[in-house]
Structures are given as C-alpha cells and as structure tokens.
Ligand binder design. Structure first.
Ligand SMILES: *Cc1c(COP(=O)(O)O)cnc(C)c1O
Length: 362
C-alpha cells in the first residue's frame, strides 16, 4: 500500500466532474435535458464532413487544426494564428491552468461558476477562490475583491452554466480594467451562440485590446458534443505558450472537419439560436408560477428555483418518471433547490411544463 505510485498532492482531493445523467428507468425511452446539448441536433454539413473521414484512419490529422482555424478566422473575422483548438474546451481550460498556475497560486471564479474551473486549477497545484454572487449573477466587485497577490487566472463563464445569467459588455470591461496586467482573464463564452441580449460581448474586442484576455469557445453546445472540439482566441504570447504544451494532435480529424463545416454553416447556427430563444422564452414564462422561479437565462437551458430542496427533488423524480432527464444542481453547485433544464425538442418542452405546472408541493 505505501510503496506504490502516488498522484501529486491534492489530486485525490479533487471531486470528479459529474456529467448530466443520461438514463431514465430501465427500458424507458428517455429525453436528455441534462447536458445542454443542441436542441436541433448537428448541422447536416458537419455530419457529412464527419462521415467522410473513415477511409484513412491510419493517417495522423494535421496537428494545428489549420482547416478549422481558417474557417473560424474567416467567419468570425479573427487572426487565425492566434486561435488554438482543443479536444473540447475542457482541454483548453486544463492547458491554461497548466501554463499559468503553479503550486500555491490562486484562480478566482464566481460562486456558481462552471464546475470544471476548480478541477483544472487544483490539478495544476493551485487553489480556487470563490467570489460571492448576488441572486445568481456574477459580481465584478466581488471578483476583484477576491483577487490577491497569488492570483494568476480569473475564470468567467459568460453566460454562466448552471445559472444562465450573464454580465454585460461594460461590466466585463470594468472587470478587465480592474485586474493587474499579469492576471489572465479567461472569458468562457461556451453559450455565445444562444445569447439574444444586445448588451453582450463575446470577448473578441477585449482580446484585441488587452494582453491578458483570452476567449474560450466550444462546439459542444451547438450540435457537436460527441466530436469534442473547443477553441480559444487570445494574444500571440498565450497561443505560443499553449502550442508548446498541447497534445501535438489534440483535435481528431473528424472533429476538425465537422467543426469547420459547422462554422461555415451559419444558417444552421442562426436557426439554432432562433429555435432556442423561442422555447427558452416559452418555458421560462410557463414555469414562473406554482412556487417556482426561473432565473433569466441567455443560454440554451434555464435554471428553475423551487421553494425548498425537497420540492426540487420531487420535481426531478416526477420528470424522470416521464422519461425527462434534467440536471440537479445541488451536489455540484450547492443550489439544492434548483434544477437545470436544457432547451430541447418542442414535445419535451411541453411535457416538462405540463409536469411542473401540475406538481402539488406538500
Ligand atoms: C459545456 C461547457 C464547457 C465545456 O465544453 P466542452 O464540451 O469541453 O467543449 C465549457 N464551459 C462551460 C461554461 C460549459 O458549460
């Protein structure tokens, strides 16, 4: 027992990431509304591109994801040499922490921020510092107050998962302006495609202006979760550091080609956004009664708050009994009276509303 390989200090204290549940009762056909996957599947062009790669599995993919970076640069008007692609954006978050956080360093995140940030920080030997939120919205003042001399990274998911709330462009600018220039601001815009409010900025403007800001994006929430592709846009010095340590072939060929095709299929992206906005608004309005409150969301899910944790548990079970799998946000996020519900097919949205509006809470 004592004489065997030991993980680095702290590794075994990390609580593993808990993915959204994907199975209902045995044999029951389930609809998964627990992982914020696309409500309309994937772009047909992305599917076709992915299917095309099977004949030459013996060949390594091009290592820098050049095909994908070129598509992203063109469609988003960016400098492709400062884009770094990853095996999902989780890959990039790990690389950022590995690059910028060392033993005893700190990363600051918002209280209900994405649960992968503590994992990547602690895996790199650092410590996560939580900045309190007010009513489930990140607070720039509280994030700035949590920054210490040991802070190396500030993580901000915007909009945030699991709350769905966002900070407006001027607040994010104020956050960047309040940070020391040696603290890296990681803007995780995983849900950017679904934002409909006009006072939002995805982060490109800040990346272009400052030397300490990166924007991280993913294809997972727009139809390509299985392909595992994320990307990052940052200053040249950050891209250079990441390119030195990333896996030399970190994005598989099917992922590169599917993501490039999805990037160019802007009609599909628009269709997704329109569909999502329509049903996000509809479901939010439906669930604003019967002792439930919906936190206003800019993402492809909503967080519903119940009067007490027991109500949330009962609602979860009632939905599950109908094959509707949603996400409990008690264990990973400490919001025991909340459920996170992904926007999905119309029939599933109607079924969720039907179950929850007819719950009788004791
Ligand atoms: C889903 C999610 C990601 C990770 O997505 P990948 O599948 O690893 O690309 C990153 N950040 C936030 C806030 C997310 O919700």
């Amino acid at each position: 027992m004592t004489n065997r390989p030991k993980p680095q200090p702290g590794i075994l204290e990390i609580a593993p990431y808990v993915p959204g549940r994907s199975q209902a009762a045995a044999g029951q056909k389930a609809i998964k509304l627990s992982s914020n996957e696309s409500p309309l599947g994937a772009s047909p062009q992305a599917i076709a591109a992915y299917k095309g790669v099977g004949d030459h599995l013996e060949i390594y993919p091009e290592g820098s994801s050049a095909v994908l970076r070129e598509a992203l640069a063109e469609v988003h008007g960016l400098d492709g040499s400062r884009i770094v692609c990853g095996n999902g954006s989780d890959d990039l978050l790990h690389l950022l922490a590995q690059c910028y956080i060392g033993d005893g360093d700190e990363a600051v995140m918002s209280q209900y921020g994405f649960s992968v940030y503590p994992i990547v920080t602690e895996a790199a030997g650092g410590r996560i510092v939580m900045a309190p939120e007010s009513d489930f919205v990140a607070s720039v003042d509280s994030i700035l107050a949590a920054v210490s001399e040991r802070t190396r990274i500030v993580f901000l998911a915007n909009p945030n998962n699991p709350t769905g709330t966002y900070l407006g462009a001027s607040e994010v600018r104020r956050l960047q302006a309040g940070l020391r220039p040696d603290v890296l601001l990681v803007l995780d815009s995983a849900y950017a495609e679904y934002v409909t409010t006009s006072d939002y900025s995805v982060g490109v403007d800040l990346v272009e202006r400052a030397d300490n800001v990166v924007m991280v994006r993913t294809f997972s929430k727009m139809g390509l979760a299985a392909a595992r592709v994320g990307w990052l846009y940052g200053p040249a010095h950050v891209a250079d550091a990441l390119n030195r340590i990333r896996g030399p072939f970190n994005v598989n060929l099917g992922g590169q080609l599917a993501a490039a095709a999805a990037t160019r299929d802007v009609d599909f992206t628009r269709k997704l956004a329109r569909y999502n906005a329509q049903w996000r608004d509809w479901l939010s309005a439906q669930l604003g009664s019967n002792q439930m409150r919906v936190v206003p969301s800019q993402a492809n899910f909503i967080m519903v708050l119940f009067a007490e944790p027991a109500h949330a548990d009962a609602a979860f079970e009632a939905l599950l009994a109908k094959g509707l799998i949603v996400r409990q946000v008690g264990s990973s996020y400490g919001i025991a009276n909340g459920l996170r519900i992904s926007i999905g097919p119309e029939a599933a949205m109607r079924a969720v509303a039907d179950v929850l509006k007819n719950m009788v809470f004791g």
